[in-house]
Design a binder for this molecule. Structure first.
Ligand SMILES: C[C@](O)(CO)[C@H](O)COP(=O)(O)OP(=O)(O)OC[C@H]1O[C@@H](n2ccc(N)nc2=O)[C@H](O)[C@@H]1O
Ligand SMILES: Nc1ncnc2c1ncn2[C@@H]1O[C@H](COP(=O)(O)OP(=O)(O)OP(=O)(O)O)[C@@H](O)[C@H]1O
Length: 293
């Protein structure tokens, strides 16, 4: 028998899946399984994919439209929905419609964020009642960046990014440049020249200005477009790499200075004018949906 969808009005909503920036990233070691141990600072930006979930009357998880180069079964939204079903024994299905705005392979965590939004939204829409901690654990099985998107707060991250502590950082106006290349995360982490023995730092060191990203040298050696983007960005402010790239960004003291840099850069580069946010818009949406239901 089909299970009943709870809170039917909530199914008409469109859920945000925001991008993240790594405001710094240090690689401090390696686990026996090859995954790298990090110290990083995650903050969200107000640039989002948007996802609608459609109730279906059968035990089937499907996508309205596949993404270029990603088979339906490999899509992180589909995988997240299936992981949730497997974990809970939930017998229903869902149709998933993704409005994709975040570049793939951009270091903005788009796929991971789509997965996290699927976990959080379906947990609610299917009435499963899993805790945030349990959703974060499930998310980790899909990718190292998924837990922070489920966590939903800007965070100091350790481990592979799953040990998270909330952190408040300035919500700066930011320009993100998207160079014309895709960086494969696995390829950067397997480069023999990658720095893997950085000393651990404290939050205070980051606040005092330690913004280094240990992936930077390897990425700019392999991708000239990332190097060029950093050079052009540094004419305006400190240019930084998010994750393993390809995107680079710079934070500004005012909306006006960010807008002015954006206008100059947008003539030649694909870029975004965004704002850093310490709370994921996913949770504002969840609260709004809880109120209408
Ligand atoms: C670089 C970051 O974006 C920083 O936030 C993340 O650490 C990467 O997270 P992600 O894209 O979710 O990465 P995953 O899909 O889990 O991993 C892709 C591949 O990168 C490598 N990988 C990833 C994360 C990590 N801490 N160590 C690794 O060595 C592994 O070879 C893995 O097979
Ligand atoms: N819904 C999805 N959106 C984007 N990519 C997806 C999705 N599902 C699966 N993928 C796969 O995941 C890969 C990484 O995509 P993503 O957009 O998360 O990259 P990224 O921003 O570089 O991530 P990260 O910063 O976490 O390394 C894509 O190249 C694609 O093959």
């Amino acid at each position: 028998m089909m299970e009943k969808c709870v809170n039917l009005p909530a199914w008409t909503e469109k859920w945000p899946a925001p991008a993240k920036l790594n405001l710094m990233l240090r690689i401090t070691g390696r686990r026996p399984d090859g995954y790298h141990l990090l110290q990083t600072v995650f903050q969200f930006i107000d640039l989002c994919d948007w996802i609608r979930f459609h109730p279906v009357d059968e035990d089937r998880v499907s996508l309205y439209q596949t993404l270029p180069g990603v088979a339906e079964a490999d899509d992180l939204t589909v995988r997240a929905a299936r992981v949730l079903k497997a974990e809970t024994g939930y017998a229903g299905g869902v149709g998933i419609e993704v409005e994709k705005n975040l570049p793939m392979g951009g270091g903005l965590g788009g796929g991971s964020s789509d997965a996290a939004t699927t976990l959080v939204a379906l947990n609610y829409l299917w009435g499963l009642g899993l805790s945030v901690e349990r959703l974060m654990r499930l998310g980790l099985s899909l990718g190292a960046d998924v837990p922070v998107f489920v966590f939903g707060q800007a965070a100091w991250g350790e481990g592979v990014g799953e040990k998270l502590e909330p952190i408040r950082v300035p919500e700066c106006w930011t320009v993100v440049i998207r160079p014309d290349c895709h960086v494969n995360t696995g390829e950067i982490f397997s480069d023999k020249n990658l720095t893997r023995d950085s000393k651990s730092i404290r939050i205070a060191d980051f606040i005092a200005g330690q913004h280094q990203n240990d992936c930077l040298d390897v990425v700019v050696r392999r991708y000239q477009a990332v190097k060029d983007a950093l050079v052009v960005l540094s004419e305006f402010a400190e240019g930084r790499l998010t994750g393993t790239g390809a995107c680079v960004f710079a934070q500004f003291d005012s909306e006006q200075s960010a807008k002015s840099a954006y206008r100059s850069l947008a003539a030649k580069w694909r870029c975004y004018l965004v704002k850093g946010v310490n709370e994921s818009p996913l949770y504002a949406k969840l609260r709004a949906v809880e109120n209408i239901s």
